[in-house]
Write a protein that binds this ligand. Structure first.
Ligand SMILES: [Zn+2]
Length: 167
């Protein structure tokens, strides 16, 4: 499966809401998942970061998120529930604008409910790193980028300045 081009900030597709995956489409996602995997790994090799990718980032307007931290995980039609009132403030990054960091608030913990590749309903309670990651990826499925969630006009930084930023 090929490494796909990652759509970059400004591409109108990144601002569109993605369609739900139907049960009939789920078996056809295998090629997509391979593409997401290869594209994520190629990005990680080049940039040294990248934990997950959303299907619209390669132009596939379906509600699919692929995460690979220690093991691969596919989230089909994910949605977030039980968002904690407690928030965390982070410098977020994105493969669609790899040179920019954006300061955003995220919920400290969330539950993600989704379908797996066998179309089983699954849910996971996520904290901190994984919580903010899934909020970022689910936003992609709704056409929302981290830059749209910037806390204020000073919430942008070039990635080379990371060491100067308070975490
Ligand atoms: Zn992103």
């Amino acid at each position: 499966m090929p490494v796909r081009e990652i759509l970059l900030l400004g591409n109108p597709l990144l601002y569109q809401r993605c369609a739900d995956v139907t049960k009939e489409e789920a078996p056809l996602l295998r090629d997509t998942v391979c593409d997401l995997h290869d594209t994520l790994m190629a990005f990680r090799e080049k940039h040294g970061v990248g934990r997950a990718i959303a299907a619209p980032q390669i132009g596939l307007m379906k509600r699919v998120v692929y995460m690979h931290i220690d093991t691969p995980k596919v989230f089909i039609n994910p949605h977030l529930t039980d968002l904690s009132e407690s928030m965390i403030e982070i410098w977020d990054d994105c493969m669609s604008f790899p040179e920019i960091l954006v300061r955003v608030f995220r919920h400290k913990s969330v539950t993600v409910e989704y379908r797996d590749m066998e179309w089983r309903v699954q849910s996971l309670r996520l904290e901190d790193d994984l919580s903010e990651l899934l909020q970022h990826e689910c936003d992609h499925l709704d056409g929302i980028l981290a830059v749209s969630r910037a806390i204020d006009g000073r919430s942008f930084a070039h990635v080379s300045q990371r060491a100067l930023l308070e975490s």
